[in-house]
Design a protein around this ligand. Sequence first.
Ligand code: ZN
Length: 318
Amino acid sequence: MTPEEQQAFEEKIYAYVGRQVCPPTPARDDVNATMIRHWTEVMGDTNPAYTDAQWAASSRRGKTIAPPAMLYVWNQEGFAVTTGRSSDPQTDMVELFNEHGFTGVLGTNVKQEYFREVSPGDTVVIEMVIDQISERKATARGAGYFFETLATFTNQDGEKIGTQRFRVLKFIPQEQPAAAASEDKLEVPTRIASPRGHDNKWWWDACDEGKVLIQRCTNCQTLRHPPRPMCGECQSMEWDSIESGLDGEILSFTELHHPKIPGYPYPLVCAVIRLGEGTNLVANVVGCEPADIQIGMRVQGRVEQVDEKTMLPQFYPA
Ligand SMILES: [Zn+2]
């Protein structure tokens, strides 16, 4: 993009600042106990103020309230969002970004403020505007612009319930690894590097040398994995390790298809394997069709180089 093109582009996008994405619009469903119950179950929130009508009746409020963090829930578009969204200034602006190569999208921040509680029977009304667009920024993901929408929520009496600011980065994605590899310039993507800290670096270092070690308490001889500083049986911090023979049995497994992270083969089977020594290990199962893998199957592991930088135990049907 030449400086002139960038200036012309920025004039167009900055014209969206202050535009209303949606006029005040009541939620399709009033605040209701069913949605509150579903939300609190999923979130594991057992506060009786949300779901226990009897408890709430004797409380200061005299009735249940919705969790404040459900603020944005009431006005979600629901299933319709999957079948295409009708045009509004935000979708038009996003389209403008896309047309100019800013096809990447990353939600970066959500900030909510709460002013007033709502209870079942209340109606939540949303109004949204495009509040800010940053100058062009160089980010780790690529060059782009942050834009922020501001949603204001009111109740059926026009009283302010809360606000939500949602910040999004629209960016030019950096060169795709596959395209880069074909030009022999960048490395083929490798797997995510193992996090090596004070308590587990020794384990990964051994893996690099082709060995899977199991930590052993030198006080009570109990084996443990993953590596950690203290024995769970006797609280001793003295330990050594033994080398696993890598014969094992699949206790559980999952077959990953999405999202496809660069550097990994898909479908990728990740299994919990009970090793012959008695500890469990999470590792990939390879060398067979995922459909042939079963819980209880005997497997044999080998430490192998799986990409340019990574050694990992890989388990094969025994
Ligand atoms: Zn011990």
